[in-house]
Design a protein around this ligand. Structure first.
Ligand SMILES: C[S@@+](CC[C@H](N)C(=O)[O-])C[C@H]1O[C@@H](n2cnc3c(N)ncnc32)[C@H](O)[C@@H]1O
Length: 177
């Protein structure tokens, strides 16, 4: 009985948390990509100093900052949480983080114009909303697209490889269909 009650409390807490996130326009919670996966992604994407990587939901900016440090590429992030935007500020002159939503069509158009590579680490519900917007607002065959952990429906899968740090997770590479 006690066990069932605590399970119910957990479910209720999770529902409240989900509702709060939805109300604030938050489509995925912050879960940072680990260092090993960032290094693996850099190799997979063949990143060089000529690239600009766009991180949609950039969290504390670690993916962009590490990749800028290791490859010399530029980075642009879009992040909805102002606290996380603040954490990434001023850490690399090659990285720019915009406080806003990945569902903002104007922002997507502007940032996709600058980007050569798109990095996505979001929940499937967020991906389902985002992919049609990306396709409608500037995603082109010239972009290399990589998604951590979840598939992007509606784009052409080129390859998938297990993350070295967590082999049951995959890194998926895509192109525009
Ligand atoms: C799973 S984390 C990934 C963080 C980072 N990209 C990484 O790989 O370390 C997802 C991020 O998306 C952000 N996010 C959620 N909804 C968003 C929205 N509507 N617009 C912009 N960012 C959003 C969250 O605040 C969180 O930082």
């Amino acid at each position: 009985m006690e066990q069932a009650a605590s399970a119910l409390q957990r479910a209720a807490r999770s529902l409240v948390a989900k509702k709060k996130r939805r109300d604030a326009g938050v489509l995925s919670p912050f879960v940072p990509t680990d260092e090993q996966t960032i290094a693996q992604a850099a190799a997979l994407m063949h990143l060089t100093c000529k690239d600009t990587i766009l991180d949609l939901g950039s969290g504390d900016g670690r993916v962009l900052i590490r990749l800028a440090q290791s490859t010399g590429c530029r980075g642009i992030g879009i992040e909805i949480d102002p606290v996380l935007v603040g954490k990434s500020a001023g850490q690399s002159e090659l990285v720019r983080i915009v406080h806003g939503s990945i569902l903002d069509e104007t922002l997507l158009e502007q940032t996709l114009r600058e980007a050569t590579v798109v990095w996505i680490y979001l929940l499937p519900e967020a991906i389902a909303q985002l992919v049609p917007l990306l396709k409608a607002h500037g995603l082109s065959p010239s972009h290399r697209i990589i998604s951590c952990a979840f598939k992007l429906e509606g784009l052409g899968l080129e390859s998938q490889v297990p993350c070295h740090s967590c082999p049951h997770l995959q890194l998926y590479q895509y192109k525009m269909q």
